[in-house]
Design a protein around this ligand. Sequence first.
Ligand code: SF4
Length: 714
Amino acid sequence: PAIPVDSWHKGVCRFCGTGCGIMIGVRDGKVVDVKGDEYAHNRGRICIKGILNREILYVRDRALYPMIRRNGRLERATWDEAMSLVAERFREAIDRYGPDSVAFYGSGQLFTEESYTANKLFKAGIGTNNVDGNPRLCMASAAAGYISVFGKDEPMGCYEDIDHATCFFITGSNTADCHPIVWERIMDRKRSRPETVIIVVDPRRTRTARHADYHLAIRPGTDVALYNAMIYEFIRNGFIDQDMVENYLTFREGDAERTFEDLKRHVAQYTPERVAPVCGVDARQIEEVAYLFAASEATMSIWTMGLNQQAQGTAANRLVNAMHLLTGHIGRPGATPFSLTGQPNAGGGVRDTGALAHALPNGRVVANPQHRAEMEDLWGVPRGRISPKPGYHAVAMFEAMARGDLKCVLIMGTNPAQSLPHAERYREAMQRTFLVVADAIYPTETAQFADVFLPSAMWVEKGGVFSQSERRYHLVPKLVEPPGEARSDLEILVELADRLGYGDLIKARTPEEVWDEWRQISAHSPYNFAGITYERLKKERGILWPAPTEDHPGTCRRYVPGEDPMAKGTGRFDFYGRPDGRAVVYLEHQQPSSDPRSDEYPLTLVTGRVYEHWHTLTITGKLEELEDITTDFLVVHPRDAHRYGIRDGAPVLVESRRGRAVLKARVSTDITPGVVFAPFHSPEALVNRVVNNTVDPISKEPAFKESAVRIRPA
Ligand code: SF4
């Protein structure tokens, strides 16, 4: 029999960037059931994590009350005691050492209203750009790619493109496990049109790769060479869209202007024959894949962390965008370069609000005087209030903590003591700083270093707007009360603003008030979503921006005149993010690895996720239903297992230039020889101790997917 439910409410899954619509059943003030929303883009489907949205509110270890560290131990305190101490220490640091001695480290799991408020408080109130967060670890290279190519962030396509694509180029994404409902839609397309081609580029034979028509198991960190070779093939085979080249593109190498002829000469150095040994694949495979990409009616590229988490993450992103621009596979149904977002709200919540150290709202940057002046006027603060100096990006923030340059840091809704690369170094750094941690779960790896711990409400205990991969903003309603004394992160930020004397700046105090302010600000930018009101969000299944007026239905394909309300003219495209309306194709060279293999460290470690679990297990690790899903394993090819004396199921020590971890060996042919794989979920194994903390020079995203390691029996 069905579970008795008092009322059903439309909402959104709180886990991944697929952003599935779900229906939430409430009874007696508790969430008692969830099911897929058949009217949402996911057509009623949800994955195991979606189903477990019901359980997550009631896991053990929900944080119930504030705590203050006394005599080395976190002890229960009142909200007044905790917030007084936080405000006192922040004020003391700001007065004594200046605004840049404090920082905010946020999360793609906060609601948009929360990230927006934190960004405004720190940049326009306190006067520091030390605002960053975990989206730097996953999406920064995708954002840097879009911004440098199109002038503005976020994909131009949408999920509907999946239903029209005739070729999927999936590179650096295990879509089947990490975005399962996007994957189901891809498989729907394949099932209904079996001649649809699926190409997967991944050093692992993932569940996604097993369904591929072509699997290129390239060496980690060699994407740039591969994409150059594909562009070489496009040119050689006459697949270049000349109208695009002549009317819609410009060419660059770094800051220097280049031409299409320069690009031809550049990629001539990357013939498939030359690139094949670099990537560890066959030259014929590269030729065939390039042909299928270009010759298809409509090609959709899909990527995520495999592309982004490299020392050349931005270059790789630029080249995938370039492959679409040069072949004209863009701006038509099914033809689009589409990066998937990892977290539920890294895009709309953090990238769009500019809650990153270099950024300001709606694609503005702190280094640009005009952008600063615009935001100072919109926020009603005196000219000169926003600092022109970019703040600390994620890794730099924790380096500054290690040096003692940051005195007070507020960490909200994330667990960097486990999720940062070179984790041991930054765990030590946290102990040198006055650390305030707000989280819905206690304990976590990060909370153990907190001086003050604040219990947060989560998901439908507070309410707010999430985004997802396709620029869709959608509403999570508040349906139940948080447990114990937990409060929303927005309430915590508003109280901090009041106690620091910025109450006049942070006037919007409820999610809807903040949203109204934020959407009005967007009207002064190409991200215009002034027409997406709470009223609409309560009724509709999310809306894709731009949507400048309340009667605008939202935009599936950006930059296309007639479809995108911001695009002008009657041509094929108006890349209005760029001053000349043309997108940029970059000439990029493959660089040597940022953590080269050597005789001492002969293997490359890549990390990732498993289907059932989420990030650092703070939530899914507490669910009985997932108890048997282990995450402390290392996948090793039989050839490497034999060479290093590793036995299946036995403990294996994995060591790098940064640290060591012990995992359980899983010997499998599902990985390229010379590469090993571990999920980053397990707090006990803590594989991020081993992982490379080199960052991409443009996006500042760490190279999680390029760590030279050695292995031996533990
Ligand atoms: Fe939630 Fe992502 Fe699963 Fe959809 S695919 S139900 S958003 S975890």
